[in-house]
Design a protein around this ligand. Structure first.
Ligand code: GDP
Length: 299
């Protein structure tokens, strides 16, 4: 099955039980009135869009329907799709090399798996990758990452458990320079219970990168489990206070996740979702495209 088909299948639950209601609503609507808007708002909220994104989408829909004197629900649905796509259109600067990708996220979100997937993805477009196991606090994190490095056939730099993460990054950068790598993907600690510590570590790592590889673009991606819905969003907000996030990777969209979370992320965090995970295999990673996503969700 293709990746888009996987995404579509993963979103089946949202599409059938919730977004399917949009179609029923559209079919049954004779007149665009307050009942129509209320029902639509309810559907968006149930799909995990969150209050803020839902309000933004609904306000804009009401405005356009009124401005264009729209009478039929089919046209309103098309407008809804356009608005949803626009709402997710957060600027995505083009990739620049060399790049250091810092990957953060709470345990279990799919951080290790995602790093493996990203390594393969960039390897496949001809880039030289090195993985860097800087989550030295979690038992066996480096071993797990090594398994993914082997799967993606990329080298990995690691130290003993408990080592200084910034020191691992320092070594990673030296390897990257020596091997002429384009991309260093750094697995960083995902503990949230000690925010000050986490912030210090990320700052230390960033300083090492700036000093040792000043020409590198630094991308800080947070891996978020889509099935955790609005709770995941709260986690992400806490991370935002701590790290300078540049994007989100949303995992497990093949599972029971409600797709609306994507709109909540764009609206609440003003961060682009850059990739989505649609399975446990190494090639189950999709570049996120707003129009494709809305198509998978609403048609
Ligand atoms: P980490 O603790 O954040 O490093 O998480 P792992 O990478 O070890 O993944 C935790 C679990 O989530 C594993 O069982 C993975 O197979 C699973 N997982 C990761 N990404 C996805 C995904 O996109 N879809 C599904 N279905 N499972 C995933």
């Amino acid at each position: 099955m293709g990746l888009f088909a996987k995404l579509r299948e993963g979103l089946t639950k949202t599409r059938d039980t919730l977004m399917g209601r949009v179609d029923t609503l559209v079919k049954e609507t004779r007149k665009i009135d307050e009942d129509f808007y209320e029902e639509l708002e309810d559907i968006l909220l149930m799909s995990d869009c969150g209050m803020k994104a839902t309000t933004a989408i609904m306000d804009e829909l009401r405005r356009r329907v009124s401005e264009n004197k729209v009478k039929d629900a089919d046209t309103a649905k098309q407008m809804l799709k356009d608005i949803m796509i626009e709402q997710m259109d957060i600027p995505r600067p083009p990739l620049r090399w060399p790049m250091v990708m810092l990957v953060v996220g709470v345990n279990g979100a799919g951080k290790t798996t995602t790093i493996g997937k990203l390594a393969l993805r960039f390897q496949n477009i001809g880039r030289r990758i090195i993985l860097c196991a800087a989550d030295t606090f979690r038992a066996a994190a480096a071993d797990q990452l090594t398994v993914w490095a082997e799967r993606a056939r990329v080298p990995i730099v690691k130290h003993a458990e408990g080592a200084d993460p910034a020191a691992v990054v320092y070594d990673g950068i030296q390897s990257a320079k020596a091997q002429g790598a384009d991309l260093l993907i750094v697995d960083t600690a995902g503990r949230l219970h000690n925010k000050a510590n986490l912030m210090n570590e990320l700052n230390k790592i960033t300083r090492v990168i700036r000093r040792e590889l000043p020409e590198a673009d630094i991308e800080t991606l947070m891996v978020l489990d889509a099935t955790t819905g609005q709770n995941g969003l709260i986690q992400a907000k806490q991370f935002l206070d701590t790290a300078d996030l540049t994007g989100i990777v949303l995992t497990k969209l093949d599972g029971t996740a409600k797709g609306g979370i994507v709109f909540a992320i764009a609206n609440d965090l003003q961060l682009p979702v850059k990739y989505v995970g649609v399975g446990e295999q190494i090639d189950d990673l999709l570049e996120f495209k707003p129009a494709e996503f809305v198509e998978a969700l609403l048609s």
